[in-house]
Design a protein around this ligand. Sequence first.
Ligand code: UDP
Ligand code: MG
Length: 311
Amino acid sequence: MKISFVIPCYNEGANIDNLIVELKRVEGKLPSYDFEFLLVDDGSSDNTLELIKRAAQMERSVEYIGLSRNFGKEATMLAGFRHATGDYIGVMDADLQHPPEVIPQFVEALNSGYDMVATRRVDRKGASGRYNFGANIFYKLINFFGDDVKLDNGVQDFRLMRRSVVESILSLPESSRFSKGIFSWVGYKTHTIEVEDRPRVAGETKWSLFKSIRYGLDGLVSFSTVPLRISTFLGIIASAAGFIYAIYIVVKTLVSGIDAPGFATLACLILIMGGLNLLFLGVLGEYIGRIYKETKRRPLYLIRESSLKQK
Ligand code: UDP
Ligand code: MG
């Protein structure tokens, strides 16, 4: 029985050595299993790749893949999933925010019949208030509008799955890969373990405000077409209101003579309607841009080097 862990690493030079120590400890705790720790370097600009390569030389269970540049965590995880050979396949971060101590619990849950074990952070000590606020809005939106996904605020990528679940994930052909949504979309019997949130051991987070917003938008657009429909409804409401108002003006003019005040009303209406037009052109653009991206069928990552036998 083999357990693989995919570990995306981007500029984690300060964490790799600690990480390897922790991983060895996990191996020691589960001696009846074979382990494969697949460290995927996402085009780091520090010494991450060097450290990973050294670890792969020294430890039998450590393998590495080096991508040709920074492709983002989603693509990096995908590369790992495609090459992981375990019967159980998991993901964890390289910064030790995901406590490896719970891995034996993962294995136990899968052995008892679950297909996937996920983790939920119990409190977000590591995150700022601004981040929490944004995240809460995002989860409300995606749960309300999303098709076939339910996302729990605080659920992390840190998880272990049966190989069949990973194969299902890989069978989704889309190139905009919002993994949190995909993990939920594939279904299967999932068990969620609560884990304490831990601060990063070293290095810094790669999430800027801009990146988080883009990630949220990606998630919404990947799993919902409701934003497109909102414009239809607003259009219906606005034009209905316009017709009613037109009738009202005609009747009023017939009854009480010519009357044409309301420059301010007009200006406001033009601004509001113009604004809504642009807003929904933008929404359309989001979807069209993604259709364009999908049709190009570009690979989501390129592998520069690897310790694995070439597939
Ligand atoms: N990561 C990656 N590519 C990127 C950004 C991040 O592979 O472009 C990895 C990173 O090395 C870490 C994990 O994804 O192992 C999570 O990143 P981070 O700790 O910055 O996110 P946070 O924990 O703050 O959500
Ligand atoms: Mg982190």
